[in-house]
Design a protein around this ligand. Structure first.
Ligand code: SF4
Ligand code: SF4
Length: 139
């Protein structure tokens, strides 16, 4: 029986492959569902794409390895939202703007704001609502 999983990854690729249909090949060759939730190409044509990849666990692993074979950096841990803990003063302003509670208070006694990258959907609402510049977008 297949084990269906969803992996969130951040792809970073160079100008030389920015025109290649890598994502559509993931769908076609590996039978995966792809949800692109952020993508951009910088003026020097370096590309960033934040995607959710859903499918059979083995196929997801094979598909991501296939992508990596094209000189694409596949980060399984990094999100396109960067949270700078040193800048965060735990003012709490972002909490009501974060739809997934990725930014949250771990312990009510301490009231220190923490970030859980696995819950972040990179909506960038916190970037607009952090007065201290603790949240920024990688691209
Ligand atoms: S980008 Fe959106 S989901 Fe992620 S921490 Fe900021 S507000 Fe929350
Ligand atoms: S708004 Fe900024 S400084 Fe305030 S708790 Fe959120 S991330 Fe930290």
């Amino acid at each position: 029986m297949s084990n269906i999983v969803t992996k969130r990854v951040l792809l970073t690729f160079s100008a030389s492959i920015s025109g290649k249909p890598i994502v559509s090949e993931l769908v076609r060759k590996f039978d995966l569902d792809i949800n692109i939730y952020r993508a951009s190409i910088t003026p020097n044509e370096e590309g960033h794409m934040a995607i959710d990849v859903t499918g059979d666990e083995q196929k997801v692993a094979e598909g991501l390895a296939y992508v990596e074979s094209f000189d694409v950096n596949v980060s399984r841990t990094m999100n396109s939202l960067m949270w700078n803990e040193d800048r965060c003063v735990s003012c709490g302003n972002c909490l009501s703007h974060c739809p997934t509670a990725a930014l949250h208070i771990e312990s009510p006694a301490v009231r220190q704001v923490k970030f859980n990258g696995e819950k972040c959907i990179a909506c960038m609402s916190c970037v607009r609502n952090c007065p201290f510049g603790a949240c920024s977008s990688l691209f």
